[in-house]
Design a protein around this ligand. Structure first.
Ligand code: AMP
Ligand code: GLY
Length: 422
């Protein structure tokens, strides 16, 4: 079958790498792709949020199946458009992607159906939001309701910070995403990411991961899209996974059905494992990036039939096999990220790095120019390794990174510290 993957990040490189290995896939395209994806798929120059362009390409090229990577096209309704055109696609329709597109929607759903999450208030104006902060007091978490590229969450340690965040959001810092504000209790515990494939009715647990959001070693500095990840997350014991499926994932799938918004695709739960059990921090309606990279490394089964089963409502009785060995990804970013960074610098040593045992180098912001790989984005590479232990995976990933010749890039040197420490 002819498959199109939509997106251009490390997540999409990992998806293309896994899908290209499927005997079901006869031709793989990626829109728009990147310099690394070009090794697995034919890249076509259509932006991920160009819905007309993507639907037109699928029609003209008789695409059998579309896998949508990022949240933006999902929330904009790409899967709705493909469905209407009779083209099968993996990912939620817009009415279900709202689980990621509106934090207020998800909080209200949890309140109505009893999924455990932080206590909250939802506000359309600054005065009411500030009154809530005055009543509850800091520390408290202030969030823009809509998609803000991972930057719409302010952890306020004082009332003054919370008030400033409210003014900032209603002042237009996040545009339309800040038309509403959600204010939450600050949860204490260890964070983990959990992924489940959903077909509208059934949920199939995938694997667990932990992300490193801060730019600097020791989890310092500003938040980023993610500087590294590993899977599995040791905090996610069998017991915790069962509790997450029982109290969060399955009730959400049933609730979305009851609301007339059946969810198909991958449900990515951001969790806080607290003394009172797992609590939902937020949902994403897509694979994580860089979590997808470690998941695809650990997946033994063919991913493509599972994605198709999700789209077809056929996940009941579906099974996937995973390697027990852990995987770890270290993100290489351009100097300056997540602030301003240089573009167009040449990355050397990629072939040497990729030769290392158990290593895959997934590309994010790269392009091919005159036969050379150049950096075009903030997060540029996801150097990923398997190992018999998390410490070995970590050591292999950094050994591969040390083969790279890219002075204009940097990485955190402590990815996996929590798991290695155990
Ligand atoms: P989000 O974009 O909602 O995942 O939030 C980004 C990060 O903010 C999360 O990964 C958590 O580290 C933190 N966070 C968000 N909400 C809370 C909360 N209620 N309590 C504690 N930490 C939170
Ligand atoms: N790595 C976090 C995310 O994809 O949202």
């Amino acid at each position: 079958m002819k498959v199109l993957v939509v997106g251009s990040g490390g997540r999409e490189h990992a998806l293309c790498w896994a899908i290209a290995a499927s005997p079901l896939c006869t031709k793989l395209y990626c829109a728009p792709g990147n310099g690394g994806i070009a090794q697995e798929a034919e890249c076509v120059a259509i932006a991920a949020d160009d819905l007309d362009g993507i639907v037109g390409f699928c029609r003209d090229n008789h695409i059998d199946f579309v896998v949508v990577g990022p949240e933006q096209p999902l929330v904009l309704g790409l899967v709705d458009r493909l469905d209407a055109a009779g083209i099968k696609a993996f990912g939620p329709r817009a009415y279900a992607a709202v689980l990621e597109g509106s934090k207020g929607f998800t909080k209200d759903l949890c309140a109505r159906y009893g999924m455990p999450t932080a206590a909250y208030g939802r506000f359309g104006d600054a005065a009411a939001a500030k009154a809530f902060v005055a009543e509850k007091g800091a520390p408290i978490v202030v969030k823009a309701d809509g998609l803000a590229a991972g930057k719409g969450v302010i952890m306020a340690e004082t009332d003054a910070e919370a008030i400033a965040a409210i003014d900032d959001i209603f002042g237009g810092r996040f545009g339309a995403a800040g038309a509403e504000v959600v204010i939450e209790e600050w949860l204490i515990g260890e964070e983990a990411s959990f992924f489940a494939l959903v077909d509208g009715e059934h949920a199939l647990a995938l694997a667990t991961a932990q992300d490193h959001k801060r730019v600097g070693d020791g989890d310092t500095g500003p938040n980023t899209g993610g500087m590294g990840a590993y899977s599995p997350a040791p905090v996610m014991t069998r017991k915790v996974i069962d509790a997450v499926m029982e109290t969060i994932i399955r009730p959400t799938v049933a609730a979305m059905n009851a609301e007339g918004r059946p969810f198909r695709g991958v449900l990515f739960a951001g969790l806080m494992i607290t003394d009172n059990g797992p609590q939902l921090i937020e949902y994403n309606a897509r694979f994580g990036d860089p979590e997808c990279q470690v998941l695809m490394m650990r997946l033994k089964s063919d991913i493509l039939p599972a994605l198709i089963a999700s789209a077809d409502g056929q996940l009941a009785n579906f099974d996937l096999r995973w390697r027990d060995e852990p995987a770890l990804t270290v993100v290489m970013a351009a100097n300056g990220y997540p602030g301003d960074y240089d573009k167009g610098t040449v990355i050397g040593g990629l072939d040497e790095a990729a030769k290392a045992d158990g290593v895959q180098v997934f590309h994010a912001g790269t392009a091919l120019r005159d036969g050379k790989v150049v950096a075009t984005g903030g997060r540029v590479l996801g150097v990923t390794a398997m190992g018999t232990t998390i410490a070995e995976a970590q050591q292999r990933a950094y050994a591969a990174i040390d083969k790279l010749d890219w002075p204009e890039g940097f990485c955190r040197r402590d990815i996996g510290w929590r798991a290695v420490g155990r």
